[in-house]
Design a binder for this molecule. Structure first.
Ligand code: C5P
Length: 411
């Protein structure tokens, strides 16, 4: 989607087995529209060759502060002045220690030290053995580089090249890509706690059957991702869907509407924004059989009785928290026709300040959609686009309607 279009990234590689992942990361950055200048330490060149990185980035790789290709012989100045960010991936324990000390005896640390820190952020993707990661020296150094302004992106957990298992793996290329995209996103919801419901619910008839619907959860997951990128603390209550959890989002899995309501009630008190995208089943079988309901061969289907499910959005919108103005509620409406009329009526009926209408059959399971935003002042169309773009636009619209909590971040 070219989310990094126009961004020039200095991708620094220090020594570590995870250098092999840096090759893919370089490709992903370029695929997303960035230009990439690779700088490698001598140790990194033990793990992957500059030839590979040059081929993938389409630019000569730099490795020495004495590189005579620069007319002024100052690659540390020239490369850092044109960057939108410096991303060190992998960032070894040794390299972190070098940053802490402000070392400048090789190009990559020299470049980090010489960069104009206010304009060119430094992001670190640590990669090391779990013992090295857990060592107090490393943790102390990480705290120090963070205090000095670097953004430490965290590590993954799992099998390590040394055969051990634990914390310290470099994040995967796509995770790092998401982190970088999030880093550049405008921080419109800093200080907000956003609660999102997404996906369908599943209402059991017996242990193996139930009623559900075709909601894919894509819109809600995209909104959770966009809200987190905008700086919010996000909790996503998800019905049964097979979608990966957006990075940095807390996910609570539920099945039924009643479970969704309890999960929402547990988290809504702390929330400042509630976005109900879930396609909650309207009814559930009044009693779920403990055993599989068997066909008896009589030709008669079992008579099932249904009970109406709680309307989660309406309950939340009527809570004291929302009525006192501390919680901004957003509802969705999936309609088949007369979208404006139905969305306007639903906004009033549910008692929410913002209702987002869409044409259900054109939205369910699709990667793109079109939205109609209805509030007390009127309506606005968000024309057909990917759910990713629409989620970003919706977050922007919500941010315009909620009080800024930026000043309260340090509370
Ligand atoms: O009434 P209807 O299902 O059309 O309303 C849709 C909106 O209400 C959506 O925001 C949906 O997430 C929410 N909803 C809910 N609980 C229900 C039914 C709908 O939160 N039981």
């Amino acid at each position: 989607m070219n989310e990094l279009a126009g961004k020039h990234i200095v991708l620094g590689l220090s020594g570590g087995v995870a250098c092999y992942k840096a090759a893919d990361l370089c490709r992903q950055l370029i695929k997303e529209g960035a230009t990439v200048q690779v700088v490698m330490t001598e140790a990194a060149e033990q793990f992957i060759t500059p030839v590979t990185m040059q081929a993938l980035s389409g630019r000569p790789v730099y490795g020495s502060q004495w590189d005579a290709r620069e007319p002024n012989n100052m690659p540390h100045i020239n490369l850092s002045r044109v960057a939108d960010a410096v991303l060190i991936a992998p960032c070894s324990a040794d390299f972190i220690a070098r940053l802490v000390q402000g070392r400048a005896d090789e190009l990559l640390s020299l470049l980090c030290l010489a960069r104009p820190a206010q304009q060119v952020p430094l992001l670190l993707a640590p990669a090391m053995n779990r013992e090295m990661w857990a060592h107090p020296a490393t943790q102390r150094n990480l705290a120090q580089v963070a205090q000095d302004g670097a953004v430490v992106l965290g590590v993954g957990n799992g099998d390590q090249a040394c055969g051990e298992t634990g914390d310290g793996r470099m994040l995967e290329p796509l995770e790092l890509l998401d982190e970088l995209i999030a880093f550049f996103a405008p921080k419109r919801l800093v200080g907000h706690k956003v609660l999102v419901t997404a996906g369908p619910t599943f209402e059991a008839m017996d242990p193996v059957r139930g009623i559900t619907n075709l909601s894919s959860g894509k819109m809600g997951f995209a909104i959770a991702r966009a809200a987190r990128e905008a700086g919010a603390d996000v909790t996503l209550v998800a019905g049964p869907v097979h979608l990966p959890t957006p990075r940095g989002v807390r996910r609570v899995n539920v099945q039924s509407a009643q479970e969704m309501l309890s999960a929402v009630e547990r988290h809504v008190q702390a929330a400042t924004v509630f976005i109900a995208t879930a396609a909650v089943a309207d009814w559930r079988p009044s009693s779920a059989s403990a055993q599989k309901i068997k066909k008896d061969g009589s030709g008669n289907a079992p008579a099932l009785a249904f009970t109406e499910n709680p309307d989660i959005l309406a309950i939340v919108a009527k809570s004291a928290h929302a009525l006192e103005g501390d919680l901004f509620c957003v509802g969705f409406a999936a309609e088949s026709h007369d979208l404006l009329a139905h969305a306007t009526a639903k906004r009033t009926r549910k008692g929410v300040p913002l209702l987002v209408g869409n044409i259900g059959p054109a939205a369910f399971g699709q990667d793109d959609n079109a939205l109609l935003l209805v509030d007390a002042d009127g309506h606005r169309e968000l024309p057909r686009a990917s759910k990713r773009v629409l989620a970003q636009q919706l977050v922007e619209e919500i941010a315009l309607r909620v009080p800024s909590r930026r000043a309260r971040v340090s509370d």
